[in-house]
Design a protein around this ligand. Sequence first.
Ligand SMILES: [Zn+2]
Length: 141
Amino acid sequence: MSALSDADRLLIEAASDAIRKRYRYDWQEVGAAIRLRSGKIFTGVSLDAYLGRMAVCAEAVALGQAVTEGEMGIDTIVAVRHPAPDEKNREIVVVSPCGACRELIWDYDRRAKVIVPGPQGPHSVGIGELIPNKYSRERVT
Ligand SMILES: [Zn+2]
């Protein structure tokens, strides 16, 4: 676990901007931003669907943007959730990636860092800390 850098705070802001612009109740509620080792930042928003199993997380959309542009090498990724109109908490907050996104992030870069919420506020952890003993076809030594 490590404290956030200025670049990490900018990444949270990029994810927040993405969902602030595209928020739609029940359809786009989560924003994500990914910073690659090249320094480039890509953002995405969640794609909810009438059939829930068809939904796509914001992290996957942001990663897809990067891969589409030929970029690889995840430095850090973050997701933020926009509040619903009837929620008392009106702030956009950092959320942990779901289990499927943890798998996806690990598959694309085992050295990736993820900004997650915590009792003292958001902080950065390695993806390996979020998905210990992950399934792998390779023999782990
Ligand atoms: Zn997810």
